[in-house]
Structure formats: structure tokens, C-alpha cells
Design a protein around this ligand. Structure first.
Ligand code: IMP
Length: 431
């Protein structure tokens, strides 16, 4: 059995798409295990026949899709927006990427409905704004856990689909009218639209847990692709400023239906600095020129919503926590090149509240909002790194920075990324 889980170790947007694409070369199956079209995984393909490199932003389809030998799975833990899925399939097919026979969707995955997006938007108008992506993620998981959700399998039976949709739409319309004083949704139009999805999605639907377990018993290599990041995990993140699923490694087992005993390795993807989109505590945030520079050089704007990302220094306190709860045994550091022109680079090595140094990462927002980061300063290397292809060719100050991160986290540094392209990935020798 061979499963490698790829998790975002921070607040998402660590560059998981690029890393999953890179690692896909050596696996048979890539499977998404949670979240939905709130994710935006960017992959850049090398130029073909003198054309410019092509960039794709994937929201639902696993980032292994660009390797012809890879089969992609959307697991039961994902909340599937059929509108976004059809759009994505269309875009990939238009670009000449074959999807048929290479994509499987779990019959147990829950669907995102138009009313989920509507409720997501309305809730964001309230006092406790999370800063969601507006993709209906929270409301869809609410339905899942309150056992009123509509699953992919329901698309296969017209009567079941209509009955469930009618019931949910009646409840939602009552909520919209009586609680929120909003226009009601058009029940007939939505039913017709979802009946139509049935025909389109049908060929991809299967029991993916069964498929994956059979593949594993035949010795196939599986890469489990997480979306968002560990600090946005609904159980382990900075609640309530989190997403509604489990991006942490444990989510891969429940979100795909594979046993913990099948997991070989957990790879944490770590950006060389920190970013966060949406609201919530962010101890190392730089609301100053440094933050502006990181955003500008790093192109830190949401791949799904286009929102500017909040930027700050690398935070080893939250990262140590992330490594522990995920069982991360290897990290890959991305976007090192963004730091190339900084004279000084800071890393947060501790949190203080008053004179007290905290022994662990607090996940309650009240404490997190009070902490003062304790920084260690590294001198910058002030040299471009994006054309470097060997770790040993990196400026010695960049190597020192990376090795210090490895040492402080006590987790092996495995890969370093110095640009968005596939070839801008360096393997790191063991120390
Ligand atoms: P939701 O997942 O749309 O409900 O949003 C909840 C929180 O997670 C918000 O702060 C979002 O900005 C954040 N979030 C959701 N998906 C992503 C992602 O793919 N990258 C980074 N942040 C995300």
C-alpha cells in the first residue's frame, strides 16, 4: 500500500497545486479528499512547440490531471459544485486535456446547490464575517451533517433527486422569506438544472472508496491532495475563522475511505513566508511596507476570488503545531524566490502574552489575537534564485535560512520551489 498525503501546512495557498503536479509523475492516482470549489490550485505547464507556458487554476479536479497516466478521483469528503465542475471539465477539454476515463467522482460526495451559495453570501452579511470564498461550502457541509444533504448518488435517481430537492428548497425558501426577508428561489428551474447535470456527470460516478482500496491492494501509488490548509481545519484551525472541512491529514482517510494503515507519508507544503485570505488571527501579519512587498512580489491575490491575501513572516509556532497534528514527515518550501530581494528575513520562533512565553500554539481566537511574535532575524541573500536548479547552488544565506527552518521544525526539508513552473523545483539532500 502506498499513500502519500499532501497537506497545506499554513492557511492555504502554499502552492499545493504545483507540488502535486510535480509529484504526480511518479504516482498512479491523485485523489482530492475535502473542500470544494473554494480551492484554487494553480499549475503551469511547460511550453509546447514554442508556445507560451499555459496556466490552469483547478478548483475541483485533482492537480494530477496533466499527467496522462494519472487517474484522478474526487472523494466522498469533497462538496461538489456541478456548475464549477462542468466549467472546469470544459476548460480542460478545450485545452486538449483528456478527462473521459481519467476522472472518477465518489457517489457519496455531497452536492453544492444554488441555495448553499445564497446562504453563504447572506451569512457573510452578518456581524461575524468569516470572509468565505462565497462558494457555498459551509452551508453544504451543514446539510451533510444535519443529514439533509443531497449526494452525487441522488443524481442517478430522478425521483429521489426531485423529492429531496423539493423538500430542501421548501425549507430554504421559508428561511429566505421569514428569517432573511429575501426573494425565494425558483424550485422548478433548479430541479431542471440538476436533472441535466445527472446526464453529464453520470459517466464519472462510482464507488471511489472501493476503487481506491482495490488499487492499493494491487500496489498502486496514490497521492491524496488536500485543499486549503491545516490552520483552516474546522477541528484544529483558528475556529471560527476556518473552512468547514478537515484539510489535515486525518481528513484524507475519511474523505477517501482509505484506512490510516495505508498512509506512508505526509508531506507538508509550506510557503517561505505566511499568507492568509479572509478574516481571523494572523500573528505574524505585516500591515506595513514588508507586507505590501510580499504581496506584490509573490502575486498574493486569491486564485479563486482574486482577493488580496494578507501577508507576513514565516511562523514556526503554528507550523510546529501543524507538523504535529498532521504527522508531517517531510516539508516542501515554496516561493523561496519571493524573498530574494529582502535585506532581512524574519521568522517567528515563539509567542509571548505579556511576559509569558506560550508553550504551544493556542487555537482559541481570544488568545491568538493577543500574542506577540518573537522573531529571529536572518540576513537576506539579495540574489535571484529562480534559475537555480540544485540546492547546493542556492546562495549560502538561502541555504542557511532553509536549514534553520528544517532544524527548528525538526522535520526533513525535502523539496524547495523557486518559481511556479515545474522545472523550478529543487530536491534537497538529507543532512
Ligand atoms: P470557505 O471555505 O469558503 O467557507 O471560507 C472559509 C475561510 O477559508 C475563509 O477565510 C476563506 O478565505 C478560507 N479559504 C477557503 N478556501 C481557501 C483556499 O483555497 N485558500 C485559502 N483560503 C481559503
Amino acid at each position: 500500500m502506498s499513500v502519500q498525503i499532501i497537506v497545506g501546512a499554513q492557511w492555504g495557498d502554499e502552492g499545493k497545486g504545483k507540488i502535486v503536479d510535480h509529484l504526480s509523475e511518479k504516482v498512479d492516482i491523485v485523489a482530492r479528499y475535502q473542500g470544494g470549489a473554494n480551492a484554487g490550485h494553480t499549475v503551469i505547464l511547460p511550453p509546447v512547440r514554442g508556445q507560451a507556458p499555459r496556466q490552469f487554476v483547478l478548483h475541483l479536479i485533482p492537480s494530477g490531471i496533466f499527467h496522462r497516466h494519472v487517474l484522478c478521483v474526487i472523494g466522498n469528503g469533497v462538496v461538489l459544485d456541478p456548475v464549477a465542475l462542468m466549467d472546469e471539465i470544459g476548460q480542460l477539454q478545450e485545452a486538449g486535456i483528456r478527462i473521459d476515463g481519467r476522472l472518477l467522482i465518489s457517489h457519496n460526495a455531497h452536492l453544492i446547490m444554488p441555495y448553499h451559495k445564497r446562504l453563504d453570501a447572506i451569512r457573510e452579511e452578518g456581524a461575524q464575517k468569516i470572509g468565505t470564498t462565497g462558494r457555498g461550502i459551509g452551508p453544504s457541509y451543514i446539510d451533510k451533517y444535519s443529514r439533509t444533504g443531497i449526494r452525487v448518488v441522488d443524481l442517478l435517481d430522478r425521483d429521489v433527486l426531485c423529492a429531496k430537492l423539493k423538500q430542501n428548497l421548501e425549507t430554504t425558501n421559508e428561511l429566505l422569506k421569514k428569517v432573511y426577508d429575501r426573494d425565494e428561489l425558483d424550485v422548478d428551474r433548479i430541479i431542471a438544472e440538476y436533472e441535466d447535470f445527472d446526464k453529464k456527470i453520470d459517466p464519472y460516478i462510482t464507488d471511489t472508496a472501493d476503487y481506491l482500496n482495490r488499487a492499493l491492494s494491487k500496489g498502486k501509488a496514490v497521492l491524496a491532495e488536500g485543499a486549503q490548509g491545516a490552520l483552516l481545519d474546522v477541528d484544529h484551525g483558528t475556529y471560527p475563522f476556518v473552512t468547514s472541512s478537515n484539510p489535515t491529514s486525518g481528513g484524507a482517510c475519511t474523505g477517501l475511505g482509505i484506512p490510516p494503515t495505508a498512509i506512508d507519508s505526509v508531506v507538508g507544503v509550506v510557503k517561505a513566508y505566511s499568507t492568509r485570505v479572509g478574516n481571523g488571527p494572523f500573528p505574524t501579519e505585516q500591515l506595513n511596507e514588508t507586507g505590501e512587498r510580499l504581496r506584490k512580489i509573490g502575486g498574493e491575490f486569491g486564485a479563486t476570488t482574486g482577493r488580496p491575501r494578507r501577508c507576513g513572516w514565516l511562523d514556526l509556532v503554528s507550523l510546529s503545531y501543524s507538523c504535529r497534528i498532521n504527522g508531517i514527515d517531510r516539508i516542501t518550501v515554496t516561493k523561496l524566490d519571493v524573498l530574494d530581494s529582502f535585506d532581512e528575513i524574519k521568522v517567528c520562533t515563539g509567542y509571548k502574552v505579556g511576559n509569558r512565553v506560550l508553550a504551544r500554539f493556542p487555537t482559541d481566537v481570544q488568545t491568538l489575537e493577543k500574542v506577540q511574535p518573537v522573531y529571529r532575524t536572518f540576513s537576506g541573500w539579495n540574489e535571484p534564485t529562480s534559475d537555480i536548479r540544485r540546492f547546493s547552488d542556492l546562495p549560502s544565506k538561502a541555504q542557511s535560512y532553509l536549514r534553520a527552518v528544517e532544524r527548528l521544525l525538526k522535520v526533513r526539508l525535502w523539496l524547495v520551489s523557486v518559481g511556479a513552473r515545474r522545472d523550478q523545483t529543487l530536491s534537497v539532500p538529507r543532512r
